[in-house]
Design a protein around this ligand. Structure first.
Ligand code: AHR
Length: 650
């Protein structure tokens, strides 16, 4: 008896095992005879917002926190000793009036000075160079001096250099320090080394080796990670920070341009949005402002897409219309929008074109579109958007406007938003979705039946959120599957951007995020690689891809889409197997001759999900191998839970 029971179990296991091994073959037809819709160059892009210390303390390479002493607590981020006074009389920079006077402490063995703690430490790499600069003046005497020191957590000095101040007028001084060791948690110390007082402002420390070597530059590894995404569009500067907690704290682009020392500080709403992740020292210096963001768009080859306030304070945080600008008082906001177009594109003889040119970019940034409002809903929004659109189109008839459908991907407000965007003839509608894996998997067909005649879709913020909200292979795979739906519907989906982009390992408020970093290192998440694989393989036209005449949208766990790249003369197949079993895909390319072809197979899969960590940045990365294709058929073996990308030369 016992023996025959085991036999049954054995036979069952073999049958089940056989099913696993010899899984169903999916017969997929790709039509090359009828080339499908063009795919926009803007299709896959980047959304940047200063959240999770993405700008100050992140991409913006400034290492000094509160460099202009403008935080509401003037010395936040600094530890002062001896005779240190915060003053505002005869300031160097009218928009940032606070500065510090360092004076003789009254006794030869006492000391005056101050330490800056940086953003989670002042972090330097051995042998790398760091440019220290400071604006200073002498309130008395002919000369004075300070010693600039890098100190480690045990208070040992590991670099120091003296700087002499020799002018009674505000003047910029700088020195370059070469770090004698690597230190993650250092501090910068300024020691007064003379009996004469001196005034200091805009104290700054940058790595010399920034992205493109710019002095007011960006962190090289982080900017490189953006470049490597091959983005087509670059949306900035938010997100919720566009709206602010109230209108006073909204992002005002005009405060973010011109000489960096005179850019007015703004609070950052992510400082207090989540009290369990509270960061009292989180402000926006605007050191990386609109000029730098346009420049970054240009550097990474993406169309810039600025977002501006539509006069509504964050609707999540303000429930009374009194907090908003009345529709008949919107003129200054509308003027900001018009001036922004002039700043980006205007001739150097125009007021704002000259500001851009004086900053170093006489050529136009070739801005073509702007988003007005972030996540707005209800009638408050269209009644404000309308006058913006009228004024912009009166001056720039072909300028594209991106409207919003609010924070949810469905429901009453979403439907109303879309109806209004159609009525107003917005060019694109920004949709946002932070949803669970199942939503992503079952919404791969989301755009199949969208109205082709109305505004186009901009999926401006999306990410798959698992329960623990960690970056994970599972979420990345769901995103890859869902994105086949973007691609298949490229006639209606014109652009998409994952969100958020960056997170400091110590300073995050929101996760998951595409790229994690500490002060010295960064890690591209597995979700990053999905975005990159799409960004590097956009193609020029959709190719109809079906099994039994139907698009592959999750049947048997398979999601697929294909494109032609006319310029490179290749076809690109994207196919995701979300199931636990290996699958086969037998492709037939209708309209392809039977020649021998070469190509590549890139696979993103993970034997050990959750392994991507700062200490192990290459744990989950795509792997590429060469393949040969003979004839107009091709069999793909799809590993369990894998995102596969085949590039076949025509
Ligand atoms: O990406 C994080 C936030 O999510 C954005 O600021 C906002 O637009 C959305 O609610």
């Amino acid at each position: 008896m016992r023996k025959s029971k085991s036999l049954v179990v054995l036979v069952c296991s073999i049958v089940l095992g056989t099913q696993l091994i010899f899984s169903q073959t999916h017969a997929i037809q790709v039509d090359l005879k009828k080339i499908g819709s063009p795919i926009q160059k803007t299709m896959y892009g980047i959304f940047f917002e200063d959240i999770n210390y993405g700008a100050d303390g992140g991409l913006y390479a400034e290492m000094i926190k509160n460099r202009s002493f403008e935080f509401p607590q003037s010395l936040l981020g600094w530890t002062s000793f001896g005779k240190v006074e915060v003053r505002t009389d005869k300031p160097a920079f009218p928009n940032n009036p606070h500065y510090v006077r360092l004076s003789y402490p009254g006794h030869n063995v006492k000391q005056t000075g101050m330490d800056n703690e940086g953003f989670f430490g002042i972090s330097v790499k051995q042998d790398a160079e760091y440019r220290f600069s400071v604006w200073a003046r002498l309130p008395e005497g002919e000369s004075s001096s300070i010693r600039i020191e890098l100190i480690d957590p045990e208070s040992s000095i590991f670099n120091s250099q003296t700087l002499t101040i020799d002018s009674k007028d505000w003047k910029k001084y700088q020195i370059v320090l070469k770090a004698s060791k690597t230190e993650l948690k250092g501090r910068l110390r300024i020691f007064l080394t003379s009996k004469n007082s001196l005034d200091i402002d805009h104290v700054s420390l940058f790595p010399v080796d920034t992205w493109k070597g710019r002095e007011n530059g960006l962190r090289k590894d982080l900017a490189q990670a953006l470049y490597d995404l091959h983005p087509g569009i670059f949306r900035f500067p938010g997100g919720c920070i566009v709206e602010g907690t109230d209108l006073n704290s909204r992002y005002e682009w005009k405060n973010s341009v011109g000489p960096v020392e005179n850019r007015k500080l703004n609070e950052n709403r992510w400082q207090y949005t989540f009290p369990n992740r509270f960061f009292p020292d989180y402000f926006q210096s605007y050191g990386m402002g609109f000029y730098e963001l346009f420049q970054l768009s240009e550097d990474i080859g993406a169309e810039p897409l600025p977002v501006i306030s539509c006069g509504l304070a964050c609707q999540f945080q303000n429930h009374d219309d009194k907090e908003n600008v009345a529709v008949n008082k919107l003129d200054p906001y509308i003027q900001d929008a018009l001036d922004l177009i002039e700043f980006a594109n205007g001739d150097v003889t125009t007021k704002w074109g000259k500001v851009r040119s004086d900053m170093g970019h006489p050529a136009s940034f070739n801005l073509k579109m702007m988003a007005i409002g972030n996540e707005q809903w209800g009638s408050l929004y269209p009644e404000r958007l309308e006058p913006f659109m009228k004024a912009i189109h009166a001056k720039y008839p072909n300028f594209k406007i991106v409207g919003t459908a609010g924070p949810s991907p469905d429901g009453k407000d979403f439907e109303f938003g879309w109806k209004e965007m159609k009525r107003l003839k917005a060019d694109l509608v920004d949709e946002h979705y932070y949803k669970d894996p199942q939503w992503f998997l079952s919404n791969a067909n989301r755009y199949d039946n969208y109205d082709r005649k109305g505004p186009k879709v901009f999926a401006g913020e999306y990410a798959c959120h698992t329960k623990d909200r960690k970056n994970s292979f599972e979420s990345a795979l769901c995103e890859a599957a869902f994105m086949t739906g973007f691609e298949r519907n490229a006639d209606v989906v014109y652009q998409c951007t994952y969100a958020p982009l960056f997170a400091h390992v110590q300073g995050w408020q929101w996760k998951p995020d595409l790229i994690w970093f500490d002060n010295l290192r960064s890690v591209r998440s597995v979700n990053y690689y999905v975005q990159q694989l799409y960004g590097m393989n956009v193609g020029t036209n959709v190719l109809k891809t079906v099994e039994n005449k139907l698009p592959l949208e999750g049947q048997d766990g398979i999601y697929a889409s294909s494109v032609l790249d006319k310029n490179k003369n290749e076809i690109i197949l994207k196919i995701v197997n979300t199931s636990d079993a290996e699958k086969k895909a037998a492709y037939t390319f209708n309209g392809m001759n039977k020649a021998e072809r070469t190509g590549t197979h890139t696979i993103l899969t993970s034997a050990n999900p959750g392994q991507e960590k700062l200490d192990n940045p290459t744990a989950v990365v795509p792997v590429t191998n060469e393949i040969k294709v003979s004839g107009n058929t091709f069999e793909a073996i799809l590993a369990p839970k894998s995102f596969n990308l085949y590039v076949i030369k025509l």
